[in-house]
Design a protein around this ligand. Structure first.
Ligand code: TMP
Length: 211
């Protein structure tokens, strides 16, 4: 097992059914044989945050856009304090499925909440911790819907939102890919093995540059 000199935070982001969770898992299977690696997700990866996740994704839970925003940020604050920060301090490789770019895309672009408000809340919740690389997986909405229909589970509260909402989320992710220097846009409408190879290659290159 190789020892990292610092913690490394790799983020997997994108709209519904973009394949990020599968890619994150495959990266975990590979990198955990080489480095001390942990897999995390938002909302989640801490007891309180997993509890909040259930509320947020339950289709029966009606809530205002601001309540939704605050719940995502609360889940994040606990996740950062309890899970992310200690893992990075212990020089682990953290592979995380979603974090604060989801709030920019979903609550900012999707719900229309002011981006400055979201940025300040994100900064409080993350204590200023930033990802080393953020992969933004992009698929057209029609493809996401096709994949969603083939999925075994019934859609959650956010997946149920319509085309207009999800198109705005996609627009948000394209904005993020353009405006944040560590963000890398990945065309996720391709053969999954090709995407995995590309993501693993870029991650490995980054890790070696830090060793
Ligand atoms: P997922 O982990 O299965 O992708 O589900 C999480 C859902 O929550 C997904 O629809 C995106 C949404 N989400 C937000 O709207 N804002 C956020 O800040 C985060 C982390 C997720």
């Amino acid at each position: 097992m190789n020892k990292l000199k610092t913690g490394i935070f790799i983020l997997f982001e994108g709209g519904e059914c973009c394949g990020k969770s599968t890619i994150q898992k495959r990266c975990f299977d590979y990198f955990s044989t080489k480095y001390d690696t942990v897999k995390m997700r938002e909302p989640g990866s801490a007891n309180v945050s997993e509890g909040i996740r259930k509320l947020l994704l339950d289709p029966e839970m009606k809530m205002s856009d601001i309540t939704e925003l605050m719940l995502y940020e609360s889940a994040r604050a606990q996740f950062v304090e309890e899970s992310l920060k200690p893992a990075l301090e212990q020089c682990k490789l953290v592979l995380c499925d979603r974090s604060y770019y989801s709030t920019v895309a979903y609550q900012g672009f999707g719900r229309g909440i002011d981006l400055k408000t979201i940025e300040s809340l994100n900064n409080i919740a993350t204590q200023g911790i930033k990802p080393d690389i953020s992969f933004i997986f992009d698929v057209p909405y029609e493809e996401a819907i096709r994949r969603m229909k083939n999925a075994w589970k019934s859609p959650d509260r956010i997946e149920r939102l319509g085309k207009e909402f999800h198109e705005k989320v996609r627009e948000g992710y394209l904005y993020i890919a353009k405006n944040y220097p560590e963000a890398i846009l990945i065309n996720a409408f391709r053969d999954i093995e090709t995407i995995i190879k590309e993501v693993m290659g870029k991650t490995e290159e980054y890790i070696l540059s830090k060793s």
